[in-house]
Design a protein around this ligand. Structure first.
Ligand code: HEM
Length: 452
């Protein structure tokens, strides 16, 4: 709430190390995660500069909660999503305000537990076939393999039997679509929009062509569901047949298409980054791996792991929780759409704010020894109420991840179906480093499978 006594943003501590013209952008580019963590020592709300702009970073769980949950209606997601809206349309990820609220309600059936259960069959089959395709003692480029299997699985969840043309169209589009996060953190882009008031990136004909081809392919799938006698099903059918509870209206085709593009962006990079980290962490922690193998063998001895097995894999969930704690989506962005008071500071409309699951997940007060990979911290006996506010791998509030159940199911089935057959070891002693883009990913993950 805005109060007359609230101080202006100028009173918020400015992080040290700002460079003329560039601000803190070089630190954010070179050492994003240590830089973000270092901000906690300067306060709960800290100011950084990206070129000519002030950005406020919330470093504590209460402020993060205020922005994501209590005052969520006072924010949209900012420039990066304005830019993404031009590529992905106005879907759940990119939209704002009342439109987003209506759309989230309308799309809800796509995330219903029944839909997740039928998606789980697709996920389990893909995972089992993937694990069956390996040869022992050959080198696997795991990040690449995981990108492919995650995308192919998700495409079949959306479209059922995805055509080769659709796969090619999605690949062509994802290949040219990137760079929004880089531009959002770029001091040059900030200066350009500051001086010219043109936030739009320069036109990219290749990306436009790829997008037009993909929209065309999705439209054909929609047509088949609207008119065809044999509806192929999948998440797309759920969206096509969704009706507004009050008006009974369906989503226009263009909106359905926007939602599919939004889902493709939201559901693939995040899941594949988490899976890559999961296999990396499991291989590095043999005691964790042993306990996982015992659990999985007791539930599904050397057979395909199915959705029905998941409730009996609590330790697998602990391991995945720890992966999501150590390697979450590192940065969330918000922009005030009205004046707001945060931590006693008055921030005007248009103020940019960053929130970081990475900062909260590495707070030693809540997660002692935060760099140690310790799935036992998720044992039910050790959980405390603070975990709800400090552990936010799927965000919080009205913009919380809509696909978290899909994600948990997919992560569990992929890990469990691989471990029923294989143990994975690093192919060499090259240290795995973080590469931080939209999400944090391992830079390179070469692994060798040995048959169990
Ligand atoms: C491990 C995998 C995943 C992680 C870590 C993850 C994380 C997140 C986070 C942190 C947000 C909130 C962003 C913000 O507040 O600015 C989000 C939003 C979203 N995610 Fe996920 N996600 C994952 C998988 C998925 C999957 C598989 C789907 C689709 C089935 C999905 C669909 C969405 C959608 C639609 C939104 C936007 C929700 C809204 O604003 O209403 N995500 N995700």
């Amino acid at each position: 709430m805005t109060t007359p006594q609230a101080a202006s943003g100028r009173h918020v501590p400015l992080a040290p190390g700002r460079l003329p013209l560039l601000g803190h952008a070089p630190q954010l580019a070179r050492r994003p995660l240590p830089f973000l963590r270092s901000l906690s020592q300067h306060g709960e709300l800290v100011r950084i500069r990206i070129g000519p702009r002030d950005v406020y970073v919330a470093t504590s769980a209460p402020l993060t909660r205020q922005i994501l949950v209590t005052d969520s209606r006072k924010f949209d997601k900012g420039e990066m999503f304005d830019e993404l809206r031009q590529q992905m349309g106005n879907g759940l990820v990119t939209s704002a305000g009342d439109f987003h609220t209506r759309q989230r309600r309308l799309a809800q059936p796509a995330f219903h537990p029944d839909r997740v259960t039928s998606a789980a069959t697709v996920m389990s089959n893909h995972a089992a076939a993937w694990a069956a395709s390996w040869q022992p003692d050959t080198v696997l480029d795991m990040t690449r393999q995981i990108d492919t299997i995650t995308l192919n699985t998700f495409l079949d969840v959306i479209f059922t039997d995805t055509s080769t043309d659709m796969k090619a169209a999605v690949r062509a589009w994802t290949g040219v679509r990137n760079g929004a996060m880089r531009r959002a953190l770029s001091p040059l882009a900030a200066w350009r929009s500051h001086l010219t008031h043109t936030p739009r990136p320069t036109a990219d004909p290749q990306a436009d062509r790829a997008l037009a081809a993909l929209r065309h392919a999705i439209q054909q799938e929609i047509d088949q569901r609207r008119t065809g006698e044999q509806d192929p099903g999948g998440m797309l059918s759920t969206l096509v047949h969704a009706r507004d509870r009050q008006s009974g209206a369906a989503m226009p085709d263009e909106q359905v298409c926007d939602e599919i593009l939004n889902l493709l962006v939201a559901g693939t990079g995040t899941t594949s980054a988490t899976l890559s980290w999961a296999f990396h962490e499991i291989a590095r922690h043999p005691a964790v791996e042993q306990q996982l193998l015992r659990e999985i063998d007791a539930v599904a001895p050397r057979t395909q792991v199915l959705a029905g097995h998941i409730p009996r894999l609590p330790y697998t969930r602990q391991v995945l929780s720890e992966v999501l704690r150590r390697h979450p989506v590192w940065l969330l962005m918000r922009r005030a759409t009205q004046p707001v008071a945060i931590n006693g500071t008055h921030l005007p409309t248009g103020t940019r704010l960053y929130l970081s699951p990475h900062i909260l997940h590495h707070d030693p007060d809540h997660f002692p020894d935060p760099f140690t990979f310790d799935p036992d911290r998720w044992h039910p006996d050790r959980l405390t109420p603070h975990h709800t506010d400090t552990f936010i791998p799927f965000g919080a509030g009205r913009r919380r991840c809509a696909g978290d159940d899909h994600a948990w199911t997919q992560l569990t089935l992929m890990v469990a179906n691989v471990l029923t057959r294989w143990r994975l070891r690093p192919a060499d002693d090259h240290p795995v480093r973080s590469r931080v883009g939209t999400v944090e990913r391992p830079d390179r993950l070469l692994m060798v499978p040995t048959r169990r």
